[in-house]
Design a protein around this ligand. Structure first.
Ligand code: ZN
Ligand code: ZN
Length: 115
């Protein structure tokens, strides 16, 4: 499965490479789409949902990266040290800020409609 950056069409098989690509200090060129790197990262989250492997066995996925573990305890240990943890929280923080701004904007729009 390859993941493609909608902005520059960079593609990789590793979700972690894509996170790294989107987290560069200097963002890639938005030649193909104006979508923000944060929005792309949000879309990547949909790959995190599956918890069943090919045989229908329950497996445990690191919530920060794509790594799969047979044992929940191995996952916990990994998650504790996962190097993509900081990206995860960064995305979450940015999404929250984004929603706050949207709310403020819609409040503002409502107020000005009432005048
Ligand atoms: Zn890109
Ligand atoms: Zn991880």
């Amino acid at each position: 499965m390859s993941i493609i950056c909608e902005r520059c069409q960079y593609s990789t098989d590793e979700i972690s490479n894509m996170y790294r690509h989107l987290n560069r200090k200097k963002p890639c060129k938005s030649t193909f789409s104006n979508i923000s790197p944060i929005e792309i990262m949000n879309k990547l989250k949909k790959y995190d949902k599956s918890v069943l492997d090919y045989n229908g066995n329950r497996v445990y996925k690191c919530k920060y990266c794509e790594k799969i573990f047979k044992l929940n305890s191995s996952r916990c240990t990994h998650q504790h040290n996962c190097k993509f943890k900081e990206y995860f929280f960064k995305i979450q923080e940015l999404t929250n800020t984004n929603n706050d701004l949207k709310n403020q904007l819609s409040n503002y729009t409502n107020e000005s409609n009432n005048v």
